[in-house]
Design a protein around this ligand. Structure first.
Ligand code: FAD
Length: 205
């Protein structure tokens, strides 16, 4: 898997086990903007990047391309439940896709609520949902924030900002190899709570 950053642009390449290649690309645009010919738009934006990006774009057909605006909920909800109604996944905490965490957080939500629900009696649902919000809201708020931070760096378009960003990333890779990966440990080291016990184990990276 590889991701390349340009001036306010991103292109990611992920080979799949069946030989196909999943690609994603991002560029700043006004909400709702559509090109009409999205493949031509992609070729215009990424056709001169390093290989294999131009070759992958050239291989795509128009029906391979899905275009969507990226949306996030910048300010967290005050609670993930109200009464006996509860939100999980993107309904609760939509985030930018830059850390690849949207579905992961939905799975964590599901793991926590199913663990909390084990053995719960109908009259204990209100307490269960309080525990769910207490366990999940701080964690998902952190991940949404970290994801936005990662997204912001990819939206920088001015040449000086891009040069500084690229230099810092290059230097970090040389002087502290693995540091970027280690900074993600709070995201990837999450463990489901022991049965019936809520947890919030996020720590800012
Ligand atoms: C480009 C991109 C890359 C991403 N990469 C990653 C990644 O690498 N890793 C990761 O973890 N996440 C990633 N995500 C995020 C991930 O796709 C979402 O966070 C995840 O799909 C959210 O799951 P969900 O079940 O909460 O919501 P959804 O997947 O949106 O599912 C909600 C479902 O409810 C249905 N629905 C809506 N309204 C109704 C209704 N009234 N009645 C019945 N059904 C209804 C919808 O049709 C939909 O099928 C990425 C997102 C994008 C856009």
């Amino acid at each position: 898997m590889a991701e390349s950053w340009g001036h306010g642009t991103v292109f990611g390449v992920m080979p799949l086990s069946d030989g196909r290649v999943y690609c994603y690309a991002a560029a700043s645009a006004a909400p709702g903007t559509r090109a009409g010919d999205e493949l031509a738009e992609l070729a215009g934006l990424f056709g001169t990047w390093h290989e294999p990006i131009p070759a992958l774009v050239a291989t795509a057909t128009p029906q391979d391309v899905l275009r969507h605006d990226v949306a996030e909920l910048a300010a967290p909800l005050p609670s993930l439940h109200r009464g006996r109604a509860v939100l999980l996944g993107d309904a609760a905490h939509p985030m930018t896709p830059n850390l690849g965490q949207g579905a992961c957080q939905a799975l964590e939500d599901a793991a926590v609520i199913s663990r909390l629900a084990t053995g719960t009696q109908p009259d204990e649902v209100a307490g269960l949902l309080n525990s769910y919000t207490a366990a999940r809201l701080p964690r998902t708020t952190d991940v949404v924030r970290w994801s936005r931070r990662a997204a912001t760096m990819t939206t920088w378009a001015s040449p000086p900002a891009v040069t500084i960003r690229n230099t810092l990333i290059r230097l970090t890779g040389k002087l502290a190899p693995g540091a970027a990966l280690r900074s993600l440990t709070p995201i990837y080291s999450w463990q489901p709570p022991a049965e019936g016990r809520p947890t919030n184990d996020s720590h800012a990276p």
